[in-house]
Design a protein around this ligand. Structure first.
Ligand SMILES: Cc1cc2nc3c(=O)[nH]c(=O)nc-3n(C[C@H](O)[C@H](O)[C@H](O)COP(=O)(O)OP(=O)(O)OC[C@H]3O[C@@H](n4cnc5c(N)ncnc54)[C@H](O)[C@@H]3O)c2cc1C
Length: 489
């Protein structure tokens, strides 16, 4: 059987999952090369170490129980998921402005009970809890059959209000924070995307319902996965920017890469990364899987391709710029391991003290706090880094257990503004599903993967990205070996 060549562009969860699947299922019949822009692996789920050897994450990540494909990928690469995660035991803490207090939410580790726990949340009044019961029962029953795509034209808040959610509940920080879990504050998210995810979560619950990485994700996961890809015979080339896809209306002709000019590390790139003149190299593989965010696909595809049915929706997909703030503080917080605090002031509504969760720090008596705030930049673009820091610290200091997070005790801090196209996050806003492309494109040999490509989940998270990468790999293998003996899975 003739050996086929496949280039995977991007080393986020989708690209790495695609490469592993191609090699694992292709069984020696495919030569796989992963080409990626940066030197950190993991894309939006990457981490790296700063000059002081402290772990910096692109963005704080949570792993939910239904992430079975992600867990499967980790296991195949020799990583025991539970050894690299810390569970919150299903506990969250939400700040509510309306009574100036923090409230605990226990989701437990049994997802079907999530709704029941939500009704018990002590941040709601008795009247709100009574009114919520009917809404929650109705919603849980509605999660049985597949969620109608028609609901993509409706925003989740409007849908919830129309189904009996008390307006006062919609105004709480916990409702806002759960809606904003997709980080598109101050926008709305699609009812289809939200309900589809809740459906996946309730139908496929797993252990450690909400868990957090117990260290930097690139070290824990993405680098070992890359090592496994290399063990399987694949190769990984860092610092390669895809600058152009050459294609006719029906066929892939080649892809061109160039060396990116770096002007800082993650979060410090503000626009499209320029490339070094004269470093362009053209490749002509049998297939290419683009596992890069929509603005980067748009940048690389020729204009005529973006007019093809199936691809013409890409420019209409909107993205947001995530925002991160790391604060290393002399004092330790009294937050329990793995508990995230939500409902804080925008633009950084969530914070986690990773010193309580990272294995390397948890038992170090000299480690202070490693606070990681996360949110989205919209409406706060004009704020200086210092203003963002002061605002975030003022918000978290009101939460019991975090009162000691004063400005004086800050040892170091860094703000990450992910405004560059390659770092932007697809926004699951209402009306966007119809614009999403499928993994198999109208151009023969060209496939798309990523958290923004059509999938059974249609919700931007690591699990979607991994599933999408595996799906694109499967389609590429099917097409490459259609007329030959099917490569055994
Ligand atoms: C702040 C934040 C918090 C998040 N929290 C969670 C969470 O709690 N749980 C969860 O499951 N998910 C979370 N996510 C989402 C998760 O990170 C993404 O869904 C996931 O990383 C998407 O994977 P991907 O492979 O599709 O794309 P990406 O991770 O975006 O990877 C794309 C890759 O393509 C590369 N690339 C881009 N352009 C080019 C080019 N021209 N040439 C070569 N390479 C290129 C990039 O460098 C990168 O390696 C969060 C995201 C953010 C930003």
């Amino acid at each position: 059987m003739e050996r086929k060549t496949v280039i995977v562009v991007g080393s986020g969860p989708a690209g790495l999952a695609a490469a592993e699947a191609l090699l694992d299922q292709g069984r020696g019949a495919v030569q796989v090369q992963v080409m990626t822009l940066g030197h950190h692996l993991g894309g939006k789920a990457a981490s790296w170490r700063d000059a002081g050897e402290r772990v910096v994450e692109h963005g704080q990540h949570v792993v939910l129980g239904f992430y079975r494909e992600l867990r499967g990928l980790l296991r195949r690469c020799g990583i025991r998921p539970d050894d690299t995660l810390v569970s919150s035991g299903g506990e969250y803490l939400y700040w509510e402005d309306r009574d100036d207090s923090a409230h605990r939410l226990y989701v437990g580790d049994f997802l079907p009970k999530l709704m029941d726990r939500w009704v018990r949340y002590d941040g709601f009044t008795h009247q709100e809890k009574a009114a919520l019961t009917g809404f929650v029962i109705d919603m849980v029953l509605g999660l049985g059959p597949p969620v109608s795509e028609d609901l993509d034209d409706v925003c989740f808040s409007a849908w919830a209000l129309s189904r009996g959610l008390p307006p006062s509940v919609a105004a709480t920080n916990i409702f806002r924070a759960n809606r904003e879990v997709q980080l598109n504050w101050p926008g709305e998210i699609s009812a289809y995307a939200m309900l589809n995810t809740l459906r996946a979560a309730t139908r496929d619950p797993g252990r450690h319902l909400t868990a957090y990485p117990a260290g930097g994700m690139s070290e824990l996961w993405w680098e070992p996965i890359a090592a496994r890809i290399e063990d399987l015979g694949g190769s990984l080339v860092r610092r390669q920017k895809l600058v152009r896809v050459d294609a006719t209306g029906t066929d892939l002709q080649g892809v061109v890469f160039a060396r990116p000019q770096f002007h800082g590390v993650g979060g410090r790139w503000t626009g499209s990364v320029p490339t070094v003149a004269g470093t362009e190299q053209r490749h002509q593989p049998d297939a290419v899987i683009l596992a890069i965010p929509p603005p980067c696909v748009q940048e690389a595809l020729p204009a005529h391709a973006l007019g093809l049915p199936g691809l013409r929706g890409i420019p209409r997909l909107t993205t947001v710029a995530p925002l991160g703030l790391h604060v290393w503080h002399r004092n330790r917080s009294r937050g329990a391991p793995g508990v995230i605090v939500g409902g804080l002031a925008p633009p950084l509504p969530y914070v986690m003290d990773n010193a309580n969760g990272y294995h390397a720090l948890a038992h170090d008596p000299n480690a202070g706090a490693a606070l990681h705030f996360v949110g989205q930049l919209a409406c706060f673009e004009e704020y200086s880094d210092v203003e963002l820091l002061d605002r975030a610290l003022a918000a978290v200091r009101r939460v019991p257990g975090y009162e000691m997070m004063d400005r004086e005790g800050v040892l170091d801090w860094t703000v990450l503004r992910h405004t560059a196209p390659h770092a932007r996050y697809w926004n699951a806003e209402p009306g966007s599903v119809r614009h999403k492309p499928s993994p198999r494109t109208p151009i023969r040999g060209l496939y798309l993967a990523g958290d923004w490509v059509r999938s059974e989940l249609d919700f931007p998270c690591m699990e979607t990205a991994v599933r999408s990468g595996r799906q694109a790999a499967g389609l590429a293998l099917d097409d490459l070996f259609r007329n030959e003996r099917r490569v055994s899975a």
